[in-house]
Design a protein around this ligand. Sequence first.
Ligand code: F0G
Length: 470
Amino acid sequence: MSVKTPQTMGQQFERRSWAEPWKIKMVEPIQIIDRAQRQQALQKAGYNTFLLRSEDVYIDLLTDSGTSAMSDRQWAGIMTGDEAYAGSRNYYHLEETIQSFYGYRYVIPTHQGRGAEHLISQAIIQPGMFVPGNMYFTTTRLHQELAGGTFVDVIVDEAHDPQNQNPFKGDIDLDKLSALIDRVGADKIAYVSLAGTVNMAGGQPVSMANARALRELCDKHDIRVYLDATRMVENCLFIQEREEGYSDKPIAEILLEFCSYTDGAWMSAKKDNLVNIGGWLALNHEDVFQLARNMVVVYEGLHTYGGMAGRDMEALAIGIKESVQDEHVRSRVGQVRYLGNLLTEWGIPIVEPVGGHAIFLDAKRFYPHIPQDEFPSQTLAAELYLDAGVRGMERGVVSAGRDPETNEHRYPALELTRLTIPRRVYTQAHMDVVAESVKAVHDKREATKGLKMTFEPTYLRFFQANFERL
Ligand code: F0G
């Protein structure tokens, strides 16, 4: 393929670009404050990008959670909210939408993903049980631990290597899982906690073959499999692109098949499902459903709203339908790849292959002179904000927290800074600005010093910890 450049202009070229399947109807102004103001804002925030004010941020890549742009259809749905305390029409619309797109029998709405994680963890995990999964996620593992469980990472080894090119780095290593079952006994396994894609590994997908084989293994031992479906639609695109037999199947069909290998799912609807707030738990077994449905009224709200307004449930039901459209998923992941390609062309170390929702800068290779105790990923997130007002976040030793038994830092193999792309929000030009800022920070990497932690909260410390420059 030849590309139109000043040198080839006038000659034949075959460049064919893709574009987003939407146009912009409403805009939200953003502005950049100057470097001295950014320095001040960062210091005030204790070098923690979670503690910055949004108004002080230019391009906000903190998270793809709740930051999507809703469609005109979703906003229209907001106006049809039925705010009845019980039995809202929007709940039934949501219930049937989840049933038809994800294929599960029972649905419980929650205020967001961690509300659903809390319910399923409390409903199933008994103290002393183990919860094997494909890499931890912060809130998921915490709820499993608070219910008395011990999370065991059984993801394939390749997931811990940011340069390994395995197309399905989210897969479960079935030998590791079998070894755990042999060691502790199947009755001590609460369930398998399967996430598609795997956030902490860089948005890496799970293959359909792996889900199928996992189901078979778990059936042999009578163990249930629950899916963190937060970014499962993006996972389905990777299956369509990379796995034999799926290139002609629509995302919606792939999603249904994948979910059919699991017994239920929890969902942070703030991601794939294109809403600003919301979540759900969906289950196939009536016993777990009854327990969770009873608990939801204690912790979230009545079982027909679970902490969401009627209008939120309507926007969510519409968002689910939009989220599984092939063109949408392709352009969403395509934008992430566009940024990834710019960075790799410039020799900037990132997790490869590029995952679904974010670019993960490899802070260990970016700052080889900063030891993990001095928080290289946290440092990189701070430097990026200083350079051009781009907000990313730490996914390394700070996010990993302390081991509940030894109280030592957990030192994850992956020490990453995440640039998370909100859905349908930023343009290609924003991606260019981000890439150039990363390059500027990379160019002066050798002179950059690490951080020390000056305040450490007990739970999920990355959200609220404070740091100082060394
Ligand atoms: N599971 C995964 C894989 C997630 O990424 C998140 C949230 C949750 C569960 C919890 O859902 O936030 O709705 O309570 N991830 C956000 C992030 C916070 O930035 O990655 P929640």
